[in-house]
Write a protein that binds this ligand. Structure first.
Ligand SMILES: [Zn+2]
Length: 101
């Protein structure tokens, strides 16, 4: 199951929750509020996730990581747009926008 980062709007506590994509997040572990904001995982974290998933992330050089990131970004972005919508992805993860040639 995927892990998501949340910020509690009541007490500003940040935490990670693992749950199904279509399930609602658990309440804040600190104050019990369900008024949460989902934080979009940063691009480097996403890249690491992809690389680890691909099984070649541990000893990859920085150059290899960058190549891989360039290769995977459009696919990843498409997936996020499917899930979150174009507006959200553009706003929350500008680094995932297609690089300008
Ligand atoms: Zn809280």
């Amino acid at each position: 199951m995927p892990a998501y980062d949340y910020r509690c709007k009541s007490c500003d506590h940040r935490f990670e929750a693992v749950h199904k994509m279509d399930a609602s997040p658990p309440p804040c572990p600190t104050c019990g509020s369900t008024d949460l904001q989902r934080l979009i995982t940063s691009a480097p974290t996403l890249a690491r996730g992809i690389l680890t998933h691909a099984g070649d992330g541990y000893r990859a050089s920085k150059e290899q990581l960058q190549d891989k990131w360039r290769e995977e970004t459009p696919k990843l972005r498409r997936k996020l747009v499917d899930r979150l919508g174009e507006d959200t992805v553009s706003r929350m993860a500008p680094s995932l926008n297609a690089p300008e040639e």
